[in-house]
Ligand binder design. Structure first.
Ligand code: MCN
Ligand code: MO
Length: 729
């Protein structure tokens, strides 16, 4: 079978030979270029924005400011500031010109009068409410309590209690391709080319805002150079560009520069956890109390990330006495949203830091400590009601432990020679397949070509290859006969998209269901053509065979006969055509799990990875090469988050890491090899019993890597990323 095999990505030949069509490759005649004027201060009273001088410039077609559209939980005055500037990079005005150079030049002629007022950037300062991030409003905009059992009593009854302030800095989801949008105008129908993770979300949101001005909006996703969670929902610039197209009745393109992107693409993470956790001398985790501060920036739509982190905080361990107080705080920074892992890396970082800290405190082996607390029976309802589904956590942990012991003994040899080497280990629980469902359609064309259209919207993952494997197996045809397509709202009625590591499982299972409907139809059509009873026919290996006579028709023959007049069938018993659509949703999240083991050396003041091992259980693995690719990329991103990447603001809210020379992402130079293995014990309840792998490694990497650095430096580490001073001898 193809499912389970390492098959090369069918997407790649086109992309690696430079034939990809990214949004800025699309050139349509008479397109205006839109450039956005952004605030260069964090907090100010906005008195006047005057575009009249810009409008006088040759080549400038239009310019405007003060556009306001109501979208829930976005900054007041969205998508453009009109009375108050709330963060550096917030859109203030835009210019439309016949080319991009003129548009940017004209921005300099927009006059802005404002009066700076105090900004607040530190969420722990902001909760004190002495400086308002938004005039006349509270900074603390969201509080929630997750409570189970009696954590205070549990801490009081513990042999040891640790208190930690764990900080996870803000990071920039640095996709290779910056954001952009291209809108083509025709009366009543806008076509929006959007490098998005969900064309259907884009359509829904845009129709909500502009539905009274157009009959429909078609969204097409061109090739997308990565997203990592950041391109799921429309941004201010998307609304501005669509509005500009409607206003000018012209096609409009907006492409963000890297320095615009770094201040305007919603940042990720940004959480501080003040935790107390207790254990008995035998290593039993007794209780956790956590004050979770999430730095929302100038909006409040990122609160769900705190909810995910809070409910996942107990991780794979049996602790029942847990209290998490969530504080969602607004600051004068770019709004916060999801970045690969979205809440689960934060939870995993906190619980794994707790396990290491407690193990150190009671003088116990950290793996023994984890074993003592690891859940043995599944399914299991966690203290906050999450239903962990399936698997054998201990089996996986013990396998990773072997790797850890072996790495540790090599590390000890190196340490004896004076090298600063350490090994880290973690166990992580993932929650994915975020809902609610996904769709897939299969159409067999008259020429026999099988077109599969999925509602998921991959943008680098290689999903089309995985889906092609699934469908080819299910229909018993060659991989080359299956053509997987996606990313156009006019190809598929309703859909969701690619996020929450859901596409393979949800779209894959929808594709299986659609394939099965299609096979039934093929049998009914074949019965008509072969003058047989349906009962005598079997669909097998891409053909329908009469079990009595041995005669058969291939899927291609059935399709072409059904769909062409040349087939000579003019009286239809069966409805012609060979296509089917199916929708698939699970009634729970899936909970894959894994373990990372890493050996690090501090060389010239920098952590260098000497060995890296990751082990995952995601149920049925469709294509181990694709899954491994996800793990490798995720580990390198996790390395960036642990060692290099940090969005830093000055106290008055100016962004100090506004380009790639100040904001360091991992490059080929810092990259290293990752060994990956997998188990298939924890199956999901789907027809194809898979779970997601798209985000796992960004969850599993930071706790193990930070532990390794802690061991190599002998220091207690509580912050992501580590800073140079943490690494000094
Ligand atoms: N796969 C598999 N067997 C499984 C599960 C998955 O072979 N049991 C394969 C799939 O065929 C697919 C890949 O692994 O090629 C990931 O599938 P899945 O876990 O279903 O995740 P999604 O396709 O839904 O991808 C989303 C996930 C998320 S949420 C982020 S963020 C992220 C990530 O994918 N962003 C990425 N990986 C990324 N990879 C790239 N190149 N670019 C991004 O922006
Ligand atoms: Mo994501």
């Amino acid at each position: 079978t193809l499912v389970g095999s390492r098959i090369r990505r069918i997407e790649d030949p086109r992309l690696i030979t430079g034939k990809g069509q990214y949004i800025d490759d699309l050139d349509l005649p008479d397109t205006l270029f839109l450039a956005i004027l952004r605030s260069n201060v964090a907090h100010a009273k906005l008195k006047r924005v005057d575009v009249s001088d810009a409008l006088k410039m040759p080549g400038v077609v239009d310019a405007f400011s003060g556009l306001n559209i109501k979208v829930e939980n976005r900054p007041r005055n969205f998508p453009m500031a009109s009375t108050e500037i709330l963060y550096e990079g917030q859109p203030l005005a835009c210019v439309l010109a016949t080319d991009r150079y003129t548009a940017y030049d004209a921005l300099e002629r927009v006059q802005v009068d404002f009066e700076e007022i105090p900004a607040v950037t530190d969420p722990l300062e902001a909760v004190k409410e002495s400086v308002s991030a938004v005039e006349g409003e509270k900074n603390l905009v969201y509080t929630k309590t997750y409570s189970s059992g009696n954590p205070q009593r549990a801490l009081d009854g513990s042999d040891r209690v640790v208190e930690l302030q764990l900080e996870i800095s803000r990071i920039y989801p640095a996709a290779m391709e910056t954001r952009g949008l291209l809108v083509t105008y025709t009366p009543n129908l806008l076509t929006v080319y959007a490098p998005t993770q969900s064309p259907h979300f884009m359509r829904r949101y845009l129709l909500e805002a502009f539905g009274k001005d157009v009959q429909d909006i078609r969204v097409i996703q061109p090739d997308v150079g990565g997203a990592f969670g950041s391109k799921l929902f429309p941004y201010p610039e998307d609304y501005i560009t669509v509005y500009a197209s409607l206003r000018t009745r012209r096609s409009v393109k907006w492409i963000s520069t890297r320095s615009e992107d770094i201040r305007s693409t919603y940042h990720g993470r940004g959480q501080i956890h003040r935790v107390k956790a207790g254990a008995r001398k035998d290593g039993t985790l007794t209780g956790i109390v956590d004050d979770l501060y999430i730095d929302l920036g100038a909006a409040s739509h990122g609160t769900y990330l705190a909810d995910i982190a809070a409910t996942m905080l107990p991780g794979p361990y049996s602790v029942r006495d847990v209290l998490v107080n969530v504080y969602g705080v607004r600051t004068n920074k770019t709004p916060l949203d999801q970045y690969r892992g979205a809440g689960r890396p934060e939870a995993s970082f906190v619980i794994e830091r707790i396990m290491d800290a407690l193990a150190d405190e009671i003088g116990m082996d950290p793996i023994e400590m984890r074993k003592r607390n690891l859940l043995r029976e599944l399914p299991y309802k966690n203290p906050f009601g999450l239903q962990y589904d399936s698997g054998d956590y201990l089996q996986l942990l013990e396998r990773a432990e072997k790797v850890f012991r072996e790495m540790e003994s090599r590390a000890r040899d190196l340490q004896r020679t004076g090298r600063r080497v350490g090994v880290g280990f973690d166990f992580y629980l993932e929650q994915n397949n975020f809902g609610p469902w996904e769709s897939a359609s299969i159409r067999v064309r008259g020429d026999g070509k099988i077109i599969v259209i999925i509602g998921a919207a991959p943008h680098g993952q290689g999903t089309a290859t995985g889906i092609a494997q699934i469908v080819a197996d299910e229909l018993g045809v060659n991989l080359e006969d299956v053509d997987v397509r996606w990313g156009d709202t006019s190809m598929i009625g309703e859909a969701y998209g690619t996020y929450g590591s859901r596409s393979l499982t949800l779209a894959g299972n929808a594709a299986i269901m659609a394939s099965r409907k299609l096979k039934e139809k093929a049998v009914r059509l074949a019965a008509q053509f072969m003058k047989s009873d349906v009962e005598e026919l079997r669909y097998e290996q891409g053909k329908v065979t009469n079990v009595k006579t041995g005669k058969f028709m291939t899927l291609k023959e059935i399709a072409s006969k059904s769909m062409s007049s040349l087939g000579g069938v003019w009286r239809y018993r069966e409805e012609p055509g060979l296509e089917a659509t199916a929708y698939f949703g699970l009634n729970n999240y899936t909970y894959p799990y894994g373990s990372h083991v890493v050996m690090v050396e501090i060389v010239d003041g920098r952590p260098r990875v000497l060995d890296y091992y990751a082990l995952d259980d995601i149920g049925k693995v469709v294509n181990p090469m694709l899954a491994e690719g996800q793990v490798r990329g995720g580990v390198i991103q996790g390395f960036g988050e642990t060692v290099l990447e940090e969005i830093v603001y000055s106290e008055n809210g100016s962004l100090l890491t506004g380009n790639f020379s100040d904001y360091a992402i991992p490059t080929a130079v810092e990259s290293f090899n990752v060994k990956w293995e997998y188990l298939e014990t924890g199956k999901s309840e789907a027809l194809l019993p898979s779970k997601g792998i798209g985000e796992g490694a960004t969850i599993g990497t930071p706790p193990a890597l930070l532990r390794a650095i802690e061991k190599a430096t002998g220091k207690k580490l509580t912050r992501l990323p580590v800073r140079p001073e943490d690494l000094l001898p």
